[in-house]
Ligand binder design. Sequence first.
Ligand SMILES: [Zn+2]
Length: 489
Amino acid sequence: MASRILLRLVLLLLLSLTTSAQNPELSKTVKEFVRVEAPKVVLTHVRIIDGTGAAAVEDQNVVIEGGKITAIQQGAEVAASEGTTVLALRGYTVMPGIVGMHNHLFYVARPNLNSRRHFEPPVLVPQMTFSAPRLYLAGGVTTMRTTGSVETYADLNLKHDIDAGKLPGPHIDVTGPYLEGSTSYFVQMPHLTSADDARETVEYWAGQGVTSFKAYMNITRAELKAAIDAAHKRGLKVTGHLCSVTYKEAAELGIDDLEHGFFVNTQLDPDKKPDVCSESAGEETMARMDPSGPEAKDLIQTLVSHHVAITSTLPVFEGDVGGGRPPLRQQMLDAMTPQAREDFFLVRQRPASAPPPKIDPTLLWKHDLALERAFVAAGGLLLSGPDPTGRGDVLPGFGDQRGIELLVEAGFSPVEAIRIATLNGAIYMGKDKQIGSVSAGKNADLVVIKGDPSKQISDVENVEIIFKDGIGYDSQKLLDSVQGKYGLY
Ligand SMILES: [Zn+2]
């Protein structure tokens, strides 16, 4: 009898543990942004872009229960009842939550930036731990990789607090501190001293809970190899923004992903020496690489055969293509501090007195777009992320949306571009059974958008509700909560 009571208690405890893992008690802070929360939610008469690249399907109902999508049915009227919330959404589109794969939680500060676009060293990187997660979620991002962290403990604690329902934000894959060689672009990066150091660094941070790594511009091949092997031993992946190591070398060393499309490959840079970053950091290679020429074919074949993904980060390059190119979005300007806004206008506008760039940025842009297309056509896994690094034209969330629009400019269809920003990221992370597409049984990580991005891609900007694990967050309320804060904290 006593043992039966004990068994029942254990079962009850187990049940409460499993339900609390699925739906943690939300804090007052998080509840402020919740628009929809009910045991059962039905989104009626929506258009579905499912994230697989399939054509949009009109007039569907999506049923959400217990944090999951439990059914997708032909559109029909449903009566609200006790425990069931019905949202009538004719004219709206539902797509998967964005899986952002180059989504930093920091801003890059350029001290004393002036109208000649000069700034003083050291470049440093304040954390945006308050504003960035809210902006990501508001923009439709439900899962993201930090792709290089500066305050790694802060990022780990943030992830923990979001998962525990204490803070608003997406699910986070926390990338460890940059695996950088002997010099670095900004002052907070640690510097590796040897292959052993690389291995120990990976082991230490994996032990702290980091779930991915990123190699940086001045790492040596030996350090990169040691880091990759140590990460793979623990089932973790390594990406890289490289320069000292070429794309082909990195693929052969076993790297899992390369950042910035094809912009930072250095294999054809005339001054490239082994293990040392070249002067142009890849521009020379991009200018020389004919997207349909033999070097491009060989490179793409190497990447695909080694299962190396490529992360497209078009938003961070777009501003270089020609003055004033990215559209000014009022909501983005509103999210920035006055100082960040001023810096944005200085960075955006090349003064007439400034010498023109050595290599025409429009040529680099054209080559990259064609290479990204050729990579996908050859069977490569293309991912997407904005790289928000303190340029006012690339903000968390807004930048993720812009990335999708620019993939359409690159020649992908709207539904293919959405797949790159959703399902492909889930596949890379090994989470495509849980997230990445709108499918019964998957987690209810969904974006409700006014309009039809399958016809007009700029409609991806019209995010109204973001479901994360079945709870619907209000995009506008999240944006309102960070007005004037991005750039500060
Ligand atoms: Zn970056």
